[in-house]
Design a protein around this ligand. Structure first.
Ligand code: ADP
Length: 502
């Protein structure tokens, strides 16, 4: 039963394949074309044969008139039923018909294979259809229904005139297609058409199979690609449409592969970032609970736990923000606003943090710089940069300087610090997720005065970059090791073409 089922399945697959449908349509169209062509050829051949036959018959009629004796109309039929008119030997061929009707419609002579009464019936019909003008002959195709056997005969009815009066009729008949050309033509057309169709089906399948081979390659390759291994490519080295499709597919796979890798890396980095504070919390709690401790020791343990907890809250918040941004769920509520105003608000909000960390946070010149943007996101972006300045400045006179302005159609904010700076080679990775130049420096111990600094997880600048790009702007960084770092954000100024809905 299984092989039968398999054959049935293969048949089902074939019937539903593009190859099959392509060949079917192609063959059907060709069959229609061949049929129309055959009908046209047959019709034009039949018409030519008929024209030829009528021409031949006129000629023959003249010959017959030439051999008939004088006064033949009155000769009549002999006692043995034969005509009294004698024609030259072998003058009429076996398939030719000649009937002579005398005055008052009596039969005078009858030669050939068609019975006289049928010929007369055909002649009467022709005369009714085309009443004679003078002695002009009437040519007609066989009267349908007179006899099944003589439908391919044509007849010429010639009135016999005697001094202006109608004396009788000379009826001559001959086969339209004496050599059987039409049946042969039908056979030829039928055989030719069938042969063409057979070749078309065979050739069509071969061609369609060849054309569809790359599709099968793509299907096979696509089946072997799993979500865990997106490194496979179709690499169809052809320049046709299917090659283009395969290239597009490869491009999509490459993008998916990169996205999956980023996603995997992201999850791994996030887990890694969370593992350290969770381990610290676990260690601190275990140590504190291991034996009876003094109050300051409990306070210290709780301080560490709270600090790690804060770090985790910030990390989870950042992760959530990035996840929303990636999922396109972060909707910017754009409005017309002054970027300098937002920068000033960020400075004011972070001045206490700066003071706790003994960092001088200064706002420089801040003329009005109108843009279209989301106030909350812009505030978060500038705050992240200022927090980084506060976090990473070192030395005795720690200082973060914020200034803003408007230049060349762009509103800009510059945040500079006199920290340790960043090596040139690290700058290109600075905006990558979870990237930290010096991990030890990013994590800060809880402060004595309860004012722990912002610990980092390497997500701050990624968020900054996303926000800036969502506003159509750019963010750049300049840094001189030992001297300090300057971040500059540039966002297109509010122009005539922009609206808050953009
Ligand atoms: P983090 O949360 O670690 O601060 P960010 O994405 O904000 O993450 O910054 C990435 C890395 O860039 C930081 O770990 C730090 O090494 C470096 N960095 C950022 N800002 C400064 C700065 N003003 N001075 C020196 N290094 C900086």
């Amino acid at each position: 039963m299984a092989p039968v089922k398999r054959v049935w399945e293969r048949l089902d697959l074939l019937v539903h394949s593009i190859r099959f449908r392509l060949v079917l349509w192609f063959t059907a169209i060709l069959a229609v074309v061949l049929l129309v062509f055959s009908i046209f050829v047959y019709w034009s051949q039949a018409r030519d044969l008929r024209i030829d036959a009528y021409g031949r018959m006129q000629h023959r009629m003249a010959e017959i008139a030439g051999v008939l004796p004088q006064g033949f109309v009155d000769m009549g039929i002999q006692a043995n039923g034969m005509s009294a008119i004698s024609l030259p030997a072998s003058f009429l061929q076996s398939n030719e018909v000649l009937v002579i009707i005398g005055p008052s419609g009596k039969l005078v002579g009858n030669w050939g294979p068609v019975p006289a009464d049928q010929v007369i019936q055909i002649a009467q019909h022709s005369i009714e259809q085309h009443p004679p003008h003078g002695n002009e002959p009437i040519t007609s195709a066989a009267y349908q229904g007179a006899s099944q056997n003589y439908t391919d005969y044509a007849f010429t009815v010639s009135p016999i005139m005697d001094e202006g009066t109608l004396d009788g009729f000379l009826i001559y008949g001959s086969p339209i297609d004496p050599t059987g050309e039409l049946p042969r033509l039908i056979l030829t057309l039928l055989a030719g058409s069938l042969l063409t169709l057979v070749f078309t089906v065979g050739g069509g399948f071969w061609l369609a199979d060849r054309a569809m081979r790359p599709v099968r390659t793509i299907t096979h390759a696509a089946q072997t690609i799993s979500e865990t291994d997106l490194s496979r490519r179709l690499t169809l080295h052809s320049k046709d449409e299917l090659g283009e499709l395969a290239n597009t597919f490869d491009g999509m796979l490459a993008r998916l592969d990169a996205a999956f890798q980023r996603q995997r890396q992201f999850v791994a980095d996030a887990s890694h970032e969370l593992r350290t504070p969770l381990t610290i919390v676990n260690l601190e709690a275990t140590r504190a609970l291991a034996s009876q401790r003094k109050t300051p020791e409990y306070e210290r343990a709780l301080g560490v736990i709270r600090s790690e907890n804060d770090f985790m809250i910030r990390l989870v918040n950042d992760l959530l923000t990035l996840a929303r941004m990636d999922a396109g769920q972060a909707v910017l509520q754009k409005q017309s606003l002054d970027l300098s105003d937002v920068a000033l608000e960020a400075v004011e909000r972070l001045s206490s943090l700066a003071a706790r960390n003994q960092v001088t946070l200064e706002a420089g010149d801040m003329p009005e710089a109108q843009i279209i943007g989301d106030r909350q996101y812009l505030l978060q972006m500038i705050s992240n940069l200022i927090e980084n300045g506060i976090k990473y400045t070192t030395g005795n006179e720690r200082r973060v300087y914020v200034e803003s302005g408007l230049q060349d159609g762009y509103a800009w904010v510059r945040i500079s610090d006199n920290g340790p700076g960043i090596e040139q080679s690290y700058l290109q990775h600075l905006f990558d997720r979870f990237y930290q130049v010096d991990k030890a420096r990013s994590r800060q111990e809880p402060q004595e005065d309860d004012s722990q600094g912002p610990s980092g997880s390497g997500l701050g600048l990624s968020i900054v970059q996303w926000i800036v790009q969502a506003h159509g702007g750019t963010v750049g960084v300049e840094s001189t090791p030992g001297e300090g770092t300057t971040f500059e954000v540039r966002i297109p100024a509010a122009g005539e073409n922009e609206s808050p809905d953009d």
